[in-house]
Design a binder for this molecule. Structure first.
Ligand code: NDP
Length: 288
């Protein structure tokens, strides 16, 4: 029977030590790290996510400020706000919530965020640094997976890791993180996506399988081998319930370690955002 990872417990532990670090930072520099979140329009999922971020900030003793803009906000207005936040010494980290309204060029906005405040790691400069193995920030969801591997002593080196999904938010940076010449990285990787022929041929070879697809329970029992470590990043709503990309009940007795959905990677992700915000606050202090 698999070891079932308790993501909520891990998130709580990380947050406790992070909160102490934030309090030490405040005492030392008389500055409270602050996260500015910009949201344009009323996408319900984004609004919910921003509420979760506010709670995470509160738990970590990090200041939170929300900038809610109407959906008819122009690109120039949004760029002006980002410019002000970039210059504002009280703001350590900036998130621009996506999706943005259709008339706004998302890439242009992400490029406008100062790379030193880009705690979501969306700016191409930060992605480039990660690709070169010299990251400034790690994108929060793959960072959560990496942190979990460290805490649970899941050794990647010498194992075959298969990632299903290559999005810029999860799959692709996950691959880049695991390719780093570092402990809990040095991975031998296969990355699969929607154009992969015979997906199960690859997933069956995985010692470690990371699913980031966004398709409920696409990974079935016959697609994994005995003893596999399964990290399920997928978060899919099915009939009012959250389910992962992995058919959890089916693979439970075949896997050695598994993250459930909900209660796996999700809760750790927001704490990593807080970790990045503290790091960004530190950069601001050093640069003064
Ligand atoms: P995207 O839709 O951006 O990417 C999905 C990826 O899966 C793409 O690379 C796509 O391939 C690939 N894919 C789609 N269908 C198949 C298939 N049939 N076989 C193999 N690969 C396939 O999603 P995200 O990366 O943003 O998110 C993935 C999942 O993770 C979602 O469920 C999302 O909700 C969840 N998530 C969870 C987070 C958390 O904190 N726990 C945070 C972020 C996301 P292609 O590139 O060819 O299109």
């Amino acid at each position: 029977m698999a070891e079932i990872i308790n993501g909520r417990k891990i998130a709580k532990e990380i947050n406790e030590s992070l909160k102490t670090k934030v309090e030490d930072f405040i005492n030392k520099y008389k500055i409270t790290p602050k996260l500015a979140v910009v949201i344009a329009g009323g996408d319900p999922a984004s609004l919910f996510y921003v509420k979760m971020i506010a709670k995470s900030c509160e738990r970590a003793s990090i200041d939170f400020e929300k900038y809610s803009l109407p959906s008819e906000t122009t690109e120039e207005e949004l760029l002006k706000l980002i410019d002000n936040l970039n210059k504002n010494k009280k703001v350590s980290g900036i998130i621009v919530q996506v999706p943005l309204p259709e008339h706004i060029n998302q890439e242009r906005i992400q490029e406008a965020v100062n790379p030193s405040k880009d705690v979501d790691c969306f700016n191409p400069i930060n992605m480039g640094r990660l690709a070169l193995g010299k990251p400034e920030f790690l994108p929060c969801t793959p960072y959560a997976v990496y942190e979990l591997m460290k805490r649970e002593n899941i050794v990647v080196e010498g194992k075959h890791t298969v990632i299903v999904g290559r999005s810029n938010i999860v799959g692709r940076p996950m691959a880049l993180i695991l390719l780093q010449k570092k402990q809990y990285a040095n991975a031998t990787l296969t990355v699969c996506h929607s154009r992969t022929n015979n997906l199960s041929c690859f997933t069956r070879q995985a010692d470690i399988l990371i699913a980031a697809v966004g398709k409920p329970e696409i990974i079935k029992r016959d697609m994994v081998k005995e003893g596999v470590v399964i990290i399920d990043v997928g978060t899919n709503e099915v009939e009012g319930k959250l389910v992962g990309d992995v058919a959890y009940e089916e693979v439970l007795d075949k896997s050695s370690v598994i993250t459930p959905v909900p209660g796996g990677i999700g809760p750790i992700t927001n704490v990593m955002l807080m970790q990045n915000t503290l790091k960004a606050a530190g950069k601001l202090v050093v640069s003064e």
